[in-house]
Each structure stands twice: as C-alpha cells, then as structure tokens.
Design a protein around this ligand. Structure first.
Ligand SMILES: [Zn+2]
Length: 138
C-alpha cells in the first residue's frame, strides 16, 4: 500500500475532509474510507485532529506491513505472502557478504496461487530453511 507522508500533518491543526485530502494528496473518498475504518473525528463532527490522523496512519501502516513466513515469498500480483510451486524453486547465488562466508542468494519461485514469478532475497539461515522446506540444494 501507499505510504502517506504523515510529516505534513500538523498535530494541533484541525482538518476537514477536504483539507486533509489536500494535505496528504489523496482522494477525498480515501479520507472517507479511513473515517469508516476508525479514524476518529472530533465528536463526530467530521473534523479531524492532526495528532489523531498521524497516529491512525502510523498504526495503519504497521498493520499492513507484510511479514513473510520462513517459506513464503511476496507476490506482487496477489499482494501478500504466498508459497511457491516446489518444482519451480531455484537458488541463484549473487555474491558473498564481504565480512563473512555467507552467500547472498535470490530464491526464485512461481506463485502457487497465480503462477507469477516471485523472488526473495535471502542469506544464511533463510537459505537453509528454504532448502529444508522445499528440499532443494543450491
Ligand atoms: Zn500470486
């Protein structure tokens, strides 16, 4: 999802739908949606306090950050963590970290759900886990 620049929001300033949409350069319907999603308005007036807006958007962006499980890839089409078809898994070594002997690798796969190519950058432990899960060698 798009990250909003909360720095432009003044904590002690009161915004209405229009001025908030303008400040963040989003459509007014986006602000309406946030309001439905829980952006608190001052005594249901349809006015929003800057500090509440900031807090709401920061919490929202934390929630939407995708945490991948050990065996997952991020699929840009599905917009979430997905698994790869096992047969499609490939490890491509792209170099070794200077300070250690840990290889850096791109793991290539194909999304089980939509069939799109998916990649994940990995090193060290993550590679070992992928090898075990997908039973493949580099
Ligand atoms: Zn997918």
């Amino acid at each position: 999802m798009k990250k909003h620049n909360t720095k432009v929001i003044l904590p002690n300033f009161i915004y209405d739908l229009k001025s908030l949409a303008a400040a963040l350069r989003v459509h007014i319907n986006t602000v309406r949606r946030w309001s439905k999603e829980g952006l608190p308005s001052i005594e249901n007036s349809g006015l929003f306090l800057g500090s509440s807006i900031k807090q709401f958007l920061i919490e929202k962006s934390k929630k939407s950050r995708v945490r991948l499980a050990q065996d997952e890839f991020y699929c840009f089409k599905c917009r979430k963590g997905t698994l790869s078809k096992t047969s499609a898994i490939e490890f491509k070594v792209i170099g070794k970290l200077f300070s250690s002997q840990v290889a850096k690798v791109i793991i290539k796969g194909i999304c089980k759900e939509c069939g799109r190519n998916i990649n994940r950058y990995a090193s060290g432990d993550t590679i070992e886990k992928f090898k075990k899960i997908y039973k493949k060698d580099v």
